[in-house]
Design a protein around this ligand. Structure first.
Ligand code: NAP
Length: 409
């Protein structure tokens, strides 16, 4: 039986055009947004190019001159209103995340609360942008430190938190008096566009918040505008280390201010003295959120030899008991698909590399339909294997036996 899942989101929140200078704009072509769980097309979205990106930068620059003149209270009230609208529409916004990114609904609802919390926080901080008076070394001087908005910020975000990564950056920028151009990931433009709709409903003025969705093919040319245009003062990026390096190089010529949040490779360490049930609980929580696709997911598991076998056995038991694969809108799903086929292939490649070097598959190991991957537990992993050197971004637990120096004697 083929199950059909349909998105139930009202028209104003399901936007398919770019949002520039307070208007919804079409581009010369479109790109499809797919449900990663089924591969089905959800909608087609305007594929903005460098011309639309430039239009957005110009609009943000024009709007900056008036937005920075708003009082702290005025900016605070608008951000607060935006926050309240996110909460009002949290079910629909969560559905958008589940359908474009694959997350189970419970996690998507959690992301909307998290996303809204940044707007709430910065609506309050907007009113506390204080300066300082510094004791002067000279009697005839006064030193005053003022905090001022830098101007237009380019905001480039990943697909794994398609709402929260935007509000975290944009909340701060708008509170400070900056204006923004957001480029969401190709896989997840819908959450960004829904945020634009709600920003408009909240009364955030035209040009202050702009969104230029684009396909992966258009990304380099759009990115070039956002990272090199002289009217852009700041770049805030969350994504892979490789992309971060490309953006840093582009930002250098005009010496832009940059904030980079890049990839992770977190170790999870279990000592012989650990409470193993707690260690297993921690491993499950830190590995399998969003099917292993968060930057803080544990990537390699270092377990001391005396508890190694018991840890692997208990973790395997917990994986069997707790993990349920499926479409994110099914209530008992805990593991959605990976974001796309490339992501599943990467995990599979790490597994076959590890197995070819002597690792043992204790659980899972296979790619399923579409971009679903079986949650996988590997034992006898060694430090020469790919999975211990590069970020996996998927549901793979490679467990390395740590032998103490004393153990070898
Ligand atoms: P990615 O490939 O670096 O993509 C991130 C964003 O950069 C996407 O919007 C992407 O657009 C865009 N991009 C790629 N090339 C670009 C270019 N030349 N110019 C301008 N924009 C460009 O990363 P990802 O695979 O989506 O996300 C996963 C990575 O993000 C992982 O490494 C993860 O650890 C990291 N991450 C870190 C944090 C943190 O807090 N440190 C949080 C979340 C994720 P397209 O989608 O169109 O390619």
């Amino acid at each position: 039986m083929v199950l059909v899942y349909s998105l139930d989101v009202s028209a104003p929140l399901l936007r398919t055009q770019g949002y520039v200078d307070g208007r919804w704009i079409s581009a010369a072509s479109v790109f499809p947004v797919l449900d990663p769980a089924t591969g089905q097309e959800i909608v087609r979205v305007s594929d903005c190019g460098p011309a639309e990106a430039k239009q957005a930068v110009d609009a943000a620059y024009k709007a900056f001159h008036s937005w920075k003149q708003y009082t702290a209270k005025e900016r605070s009230v608008l951000l607060r209103k935006w926050f309240e609208l996110l909460l009002l529409h949290k079910d629909e916004l969560a559905q958008l995340i589940t359908f474009e990114c694959g997350k189970p609904m419970r996690e998507s609802l959690g992301e909307i609360s998290y996303s809204a919390s940044f707007l709430e926080w910065f609506s309050e901080e907007a009113r506390r942008v204080y300066g300082d008076i510094v004791p002067s070394p000279a009697k005839d001087r006064k030193l005053l430190l003022l905090k001022q908005p830098v101007g237009v910020a380019s905001i480039i975000t990943p697909w794994n938190f398609p709402s929260a990564m935007i509000t975290r950056k944009v909340g701060a920028a708008l509170a400070a008096g900056c204006t923004v151009v957001v480029k969401p990931a190709e896989d997840t433009p819908l959450s960004a566009l829904a945020l634009a709709e709600l920003a408009e409903q909240a009364g955030i003025p035209a040009g202050v918040f702009n969104v230029v969705p684009c396909s992966r093919e258009s990304t380099p040319s759009v990115g070039r505008v956002l990272c090199t245009d002289p009217l852009v003062a700041k770049i805030s990026f969350t994504g892979s280390t490789a992309t971060g390096k490309v953006l840093l190089k582009m930002a250098a010529d005009t010496v832009k201010k940059v904030s980079m949040e890049l990839g992770g490779h977190a170790p999870f360490i279990v000592f012989d003295s650990a409470d193993l049930d707690k260690a297993v609980g921690g491993a499950m929580a830190s590995k399998f959120r969003n099917s292993g696709q968060t930057c803080v997911c544990s990537n390699r598991f270092l377990v001391q030899s005396a508890v190694y076998d018991r840890f692997v056995e208990k973790l395997g038991g917990a994986m069997d008991a707790e993990l349920r694969l499926g479409h994110g809108s099914e209530p008992d799903t805990t593991q959605g698909p990976l974001i796309n086929a490339r992501a599943a292939e990467k995990v599979l490649h790490q597994i076959s590399d590890a197995v070819s070097r002597g690792a043992k598959v204790v659980k899972g190991g296979k790619r399923l339909d579409g971009s679903f991957m079986e949650p996988t537990l590997l034992a006898d992993v060694t430090a020469d294997m790919l999975c211990t050197k590069e970020e996996t971004f998927g549901p793979l637990v490679p467990v390395i036996r740590q032998v103490q120096t004393g153990d070898r004697d």
